[in-house]
Design a protein around this ligand. Structure first.
Ligand code: MLT
Length: 391
């Protein structure tokens, strides 16, 4: 694949665009996915609504190979992922030493570092695939050790990628089939979102200095850990709990009050999207199918009506519609994952595939294999008069 089909881009930077977080600045190209303000994300051209119900392994294959696998290729890829999935026991020993009051995203970052130290090869693609294959075991260990759910449960990759994760989690008293169905869709929905979202951009920037895949992914995941990015799914569920009403009219008023108080509104709007996020639409459909009577899911449905009305009244709001974070927490909680502190780790688990594929593309594919140069944007020095310590 080459980059010869890049559409012509004309872009002038004006002073008022400085210090705006590079928002909208063309920086490079992306082969795995694109985000259109009106239609949302597509992976290699396929709308997310069409991919959402596919086997996660096939969608991982898609972002790495830029085409969907045949049946035989899908089976071979799933077998290969299963073969790669063995985690060095030192990773569990390291996790057991971590402070329980540390945030799960910090545990997650340590787990990636530990996986790198025990199994890194130095090859971007091999490391990306190994990390994807091993993450379910490491993440399940994070849950079980932190939550005190007992011994770690042995991996059984023959179950399937997400099914094995649900098996290793062993969430007490939950319907594992429903949780696996939910997490398969959740995994595909969160996998990739263009090249410029903070975690992806950060991961690629770190990799451009030729840090390895694991080091780069830790940078990416620490970007995801902030409330303006991945942690918004945790904060959104706290907001849903505060709203705590299934009545759209009541919810509309609560949201008006929050807006008047200057409180943050999570789960609505987006840096790029200008319509309802198609990932949220899939999640609403999944909730209707799996957990229609769940109270928090009903609150989220009321928000879809009431909050949108309240947000539309505010001329400063460019997108008053739900994004992927609005619904995900209520579904995870209905599925038995009731502690929202873990929600961003689940997002990160999935996003590792998209970021991993993008790093491989940038390091090994772009510029005819030469790779993207080390990231070095220009910052304009201000308030720096010429002076000398000798004066
Ligand atoms: C998302 O999945 O919506 C993001 O990673 C945020 C973004 O696209 O900037």
């Amino acid at each position: 694949m080459t980059t010869t089909s890049v559409p012509a881009v004309e872009f002038t930077i004006t002073n008022d665009q400085l210090d705006t977080g590079l928002r909208g600045f063309p920086v490079g190209t992306c082969w795995t996915s694109a985000v259109d303000p009106d239609i949302g994300v597509t992976y290699v051209g396929y709308p997310i609504s069409e991919l959402a119900y596919m086997p996660p392994e096939s969608v991982i294959y898609l972002v790495f190979n830029k085409r969907l696998p045949s049946e035989a290729e899908a089976k071979a890829f799933a077998d290969d992922m299963a073969a790669r999935s063995i985690v060095d026991p030192q990773v569990f020993e390291i996790l057991r030493t971590l402070p329980k009051n540390g945030h799960p995203m910090d545990w997650f970052a340590v787990a990636i570092t530990a996986l790198g130290m025990t199994g890194g090869t130095g090859d971007y693609k091999q490391d990306a695939l190994n990390l994807i294959a091993r993450m379910p075991t490491a993440l399940a260990a994070i849950f079980r050790i932190r939550e005190g759910w007992g011994d770690l449960l042995p991996s059984d990759p023959s179950l399937g990628y997400v099914e094995n994760f649900v098996h290793m989690l062993g969430v007490p008293g939950t319907d594992e089939d429903a949780l696996a169905k939910l997490l398969r869709i959740y995994y595909v929905l969160h996998m990739d979102h263009g090249g410029g979202n903070l975690s992806t951009f950060t991961g690629k920037a770190v990799a451009s200095g030729l840090a390895d895949m694991y080091q780069s992914m830790v940078g990416a995941m620490n970007g995801l850990a902030g409330p303006r990015h991945g942690l918004a799914n945790q904060d959104c569920f706290s907001m849903v709990k505060e709203v705590n009403s299934e009545d759209p009219v009541e919810v509309e008023q609560v949201m008006r009050d929050r807006l008047a108080n200057g409180d943050l509104i999570f789960g609505f709007g987006h840096a790029v999207l200008r319509q309802e996020d198609p990932r949220a639409q899939v999640e609403f459909a999944v909730g209707d199918e799996l957990y229609p009577d769940d109270h928090w899911f009903k609150v989220v449905k009321a928000l879809r009506i009431g909050a949108v009305k309240a947000l539309k009244e505010n001329p400063k709001v460019s997108n008053p519609y739900p994004n992927v974070d609005l619904v995900s927490g209520s579904l995870l909680s209905a599925g038995g994952l009731s502690n929202p502190d873990y929600y961003t780790t689940l997002f990160g688990w999935s996003r590792i595939a998209g970021i991993g594929a993008q790093i491989v593309d940038e390091r090994e594919g772009f510029r005819n294999g030469k790779g993207v140069a080390i990231y070095r944007p220009r910052f304009i020095g201000v308030n720096q008069p010429s002076r000398s310590v000798r004066d």
